[in-house]
Design a protein around this ligand. Structure first.
Ligand code: NAD
Length: 289
């Protein structure tokens, strides 16, 4: 089946490009007002090739919008204490408005102990317990980039969230849980599904807004999608050398009112929202000075 003429394919690449364009203008205005550009520090430990590529993208994105990027590279055998000290230093460095500790860390380093050392006001990945607490309580703070990107795509798609049934499949700290709180804050009625949910198809069929963040290729099929629902696919899975999402696009799209593709949906938004978070962090820090 092919998407109906009425199905909107949400173009994450375009929304991300528009977001970067807007941020570039706002960074320039910020620099004019404050005399410095927002700065993002990337901390890269070890030689994982994928991590090197991801950090490279982040630094390139910063350059594209006129932000400073401050880079720290440490060997895989760095001591936990030394890395901890580095994170604290960056927390105090006035040039640094946002800090990214690139994950996963090499064996022998304890990410759960290190992440809380990131200064919460500079936690542009939104991963510290302080950021998670702020989000749950509806306070101002840093929101993880992927859920923030999903919200931006929903806004772009014109999805009505107030009073809507929203179903999030997946309950990770990185995506599912923060997204559920963001949807709650927008007055949706939120259901979170996970690996032990009894009748996933039944719950999904209730959703006006359905988000899949699972990591199982094509788990959500057309018969699980309510007619006209907005479907956001966070999943990135490699199958036979091809990227596929957690939603079976071919069967889901004809039933959906709007749907994101993989690739080209949520992925590009995650990168754009890191820039948005860094700018927001710089604004909050400048206002507090
Ligand atoms: P995770 O493995 O931490 O969490 C997966 C969640 O899915 C868990 O809560 C688990 O309970 C649930 N789950 C597993 N099997 C299930 C099933 N059969 N039915 C219902 N729920 C099930 O994964 P994550 O970090 O949240 O990532 C999820 C997916 O999103 C992955 O494919 C990942 O690659 C992708 N991802 C994409 C981006 C992006 O920028 N687009 C960012 C982060 C993650």
């Amino acid at each position: 089946m092919t998407p109906q003429a009425t199905t909107t394919i949400i173009d994450g690449k375009q929304v991300a490009a528009d977001t970067r364009g807007r941020i570039r203008g706002e960074v320039s205005a910020f620099r004019d007002e404050h005399g410095f550009a927002p700065g993002l520090a990337t901390v890269l430990v070890g030689d994982d090739p994928a991590s090197h590529v991801y950090v490279g993208h982040k630094r390139r994105d910063c350059a594209e919008v006129g932000m400073e990027s401050i880079h720290a590279e440490l060997p895989a055998d760095v001591a936990q204490d030394e890395l901890a000290a580095r994170l604290r230093e960056l927390g105090e460095d006035p040039r640094v408005n946002g800090i990214i500790l690139q994950l996963p860390l090499p064996d022998g380093l304890d990410a759960d102990a290190l992440i809380p050392l990131i200064h919460p006001d500079k936690d542009v990945d939104g991963l510290t317990p302080v950021s998670a607490g702020r989000l749950v309580q509806g306070r101002e703070g840093m929101v993880p980039c992927t859920p923030a990107g999903v919200m931006e795509l929903l806004r772009h798609a014109g999805a009505e969230l107030r009073g809507a049934e929203a179903v999030v499949v997946g309950r990770s700290n990185l995506v599912g849980k923060p997204l559920a709180h963001l949807l709650l804050a927008r007055h949706a009625t939120v259901t979170v599904c996970h690996s032990r949910t009894r009748d996933l198809a039944e719950v999904c069929r209730r959703a006006d807004v359905l988000v899949a963040a699972v990591g199982v290729p094509r788990l959500v099929t057309g018969e699980m999608v309510k007619e006209g629902a907005v479907v956001i696919d966070v999943g990135i899975n490699r199958v036979d050398g091809k990227l596929v999402g957690d939603v079976d696009f071919d069967s889901a799209a004809p039933r959906a009112g709007a749907i994101t593709p993989v690739p080209g949906g949520v992925g590009p938004m995650t990168r754009a929202m890191l820039l948005a978070n860094t700018l927001e962090a710089a604004r909050l820090q400048a206002a507090a000075r």
